[in-house]
Design a binder for this molecule. Structure first.
Ligand SMILES: [Zn+2]
Ligand SMILES: [Zn+2]
Length: 134
């Protein structure tokens, strides 16, 4: 099915033409910054299935996993829309909060639980990984 989304202000819009490869909650320390303290909800998708319009700004860093991550955000409103590992250009990550219909996906796993704060509620129904799943 076709999904659409974009940043908060609408300057960046995208379409996704493939089903997610994975839908996960992520408690990595990086995601805590961009999700304002909670776990982020991310879908991993084939990069070739994403078409994006609008101007994204980028910020590159080294993730807890050791990978080189590029995070892309709207230069106008600051919404982080995509992230990608520069070691894996086949796939990319979309922040579920940017989907027009976030209810259309459901997390099946929670990752980086080792970095979650003690008050975090880890859903026991989800497959849990202390770090990055291999
Ligand atoms: Zn924006
Ligand atoms: Zn994360």
């Amino acid at each position: 099915m076709r999904r659409t989304g974009g940043c908060r202000c609408g300057a960046v819009r995208y379409t996704l033409e493939a089903e997610p490869l994975a839908t996960r909650l992520c408690w990595c320390r990086d995601c805590q910054y961009w999700s304002c303290g909670n776990a982020a909800v991310n879908i991993v998708v084939p990069r070739a299935a994403v078409a994006c319009e609008g101007t994204l700004r980028h910020w590159d860093s080294r993730a807890d996993s050791g990978r080189h991550m590029r995070r892309s955000f709207c230069g106008e409103c600051g919404t982080q829309v995509f992230s990608e590992s520069l070691e894996n250009l086949e796939a990319m990550v979309i922040r579920v909060g940017t989907l027009d219909d976030p209810a259309g996906v459901r997390p099946t796993a929670v990752i980086w639980t080792a970095s979650a704060p003690p008050w975090a509620r880890i859903d026991p129904a989800l497959q849990a990984f202390p770090g990055q799943p291999t």
